[in-house]
Design a protein around this ligand. Structure first.
Ligand code: FEO
Length: 393
């Protein structure tokens, strides 16, 4: 894909990674893109780079527009290697003495990662920097999603370069939200649930800060996926909703099973939830990637997790999921644990310990020795009833 003009003298020079299928444990079945941008003004500015293996594509795209040596400065909004990976090659091509604009944490991270004493120009939150006809303004967005993260805003064009925020791991031919599809919205939601979710409080504060600063947006350009230009506020509004994590009357029953007893319990709970008027979905852990389950959890009000006991512990797939789930720190969920066992039955206790450590509100738990009997089935229905009563109507 060639460089694309996104505004007068501003170009997308990123690359599409059609074959990416996993990014730090997150399934990316639709690939991704690494978006980098070139601004031609009295100073020529490159905003972010791309993954190391795509450095030559980035340089080629820049070269179609301008001799890379004419780049005067690079802005590094974020040090993670999908955006800084080509920095070494870029600096080599444009001149090692050219300034790299970054946050204070960005300087530390880049120095530690690249072991290179480049000409860092650290900017503070709100600081402005003239590049000729345009003024760039920088906003620190610490922990959205790394300590170094920042946004760059072109005041005259009202274009926000938002680093990872507002992105989607999506490698379609679309570069803009002109014909936004349900798939792109799903990828934006999945991205939020798997990358931004732990920092939801900061997202809400940032939205308030942007509102009080009175910033307008002609365009929001994230570092992954499509650029928001038809309705940039739609993705901000979506973040406002997702960050609040308001519970819906939606329950997920997430489980694995060894000899089908835990599966039988899961099916009873899902059916009973439906009976009590809850939209409920069964998610067999082997049928979904952990990141797909998290995308559903984002909007669920209840999360019910089931595991058989093996070797006095959790089933390994459930342990993996619980570790990922805990790290993403969802809030405002009611939770419950269930599972079958043969003789010791620790799995349910271990799930409950994870829930407690996350300060989630546990409704109840059910254990079944060997096959679920009538009493167990009754308990599954009672659990569903309690969950239905606690979820919003
Ligand atoms: Fe797309 Fe945090 O890197």
């Amino acid at each position: 894909m060639e460089a694309i003009k996104i505004a007068e003298n501003i170009y997308w020079v990123g690359v599409i990674d059609w074959n990416l299928r996993n990014l730090h444990g997150y399934s990316t079945h639709e690939g991704s893109s690494y978006n980098a941008f070139l601004i031609l003004d009295e100073k020529v500015v490159l905003i972010d780079t791309v993954k190391k293996e795509y450095a030559s594509q980035l340089i080629d795209k820049i070269s179609d527009i301008i001799d890379p040596k004419k780049i005067d400065l690079v802005i590094s909004n974020h040090t993670e290697m999908d955006h800084s990976g080509s920095l070494f090659e870029v600096m080599h091509r444009i001149g090692e003495d050219k300034p790299i604009i970054c946050s204070a944490m960005g300087e530390k991270a880049l120095k530690r990662h690249f072991k290179s004493n480049w000409n860092y120009r650290v900017v503070k939150d709100g600081e402005e920097f003239s590049i000729g006809k345009r003024t760039l303004q920088f906003f620190e967005t610490r922990m959205l999603h790394w300590p170094d993260s920042m946004f760059s805003y072109v005041k005259e064009d009202e274009i926000l370069f938002s680093s990872d925020a507002f992105g989607q791991h999506y490698a379609g031919p679309e570069r803009f939200d002109d014909d936004i599809t349900p798939e792109i919205w799903y990828q934006a939601k999945k991205y939020y649930a798997n990358i931004i979710l732990p920092y939801s409080e900061l997202v809400l504060k940032l939205i308030e800060k942007v509102k009080s600063a009175g910033l307008n947006f002609n365009m929001i350009c994230p570092d992954h996926g499509i650029i928001w230009r038809v309705n940039p506020l739609s993705i901000i509004e979506a973040y406002n909703i997702w960050a609040r994590q308001e519970p819906a009357r939606y329950a997920l029953v997430i489980y694995d099973t060894m000899w089908n007893s835990t599966k039988l319990m899961a099916e009873e709970i899902v059916e009973a939830l439906g009976h009590y008027g809850v939209y409920a979905k069964s998610m067999y852990i082997k049928a979904y990637d952990r990141s797909e389950i998290m995308a559903e959890i984002l909007t669920a009000g209840a999360v019910i997790i089931g595991s058989p006991t093996i070797n006095n512990g959790l089933y390994p797939t459930v342990a993996d999921f619980l570790c990922y789930f805990k790290g993403l720190k969802p809030v405002n969920k009611i939770v419950a644990a269930f599972g079958s066992y043969g003789w010791s039955g620790e799995a349910v206790k271990l799930i409950n310990e994870t829930f407690d450590s996350m300060k989630l509100n546990t409704v109840d738990s059910i254990r079944s020795q060997y096959l679920p009997d009538e009493n167990c089935i009754k308990s599954c229905h009672e659990l569903a009833k309690k969950i239905a009563e606690q979820l919003p109507s």
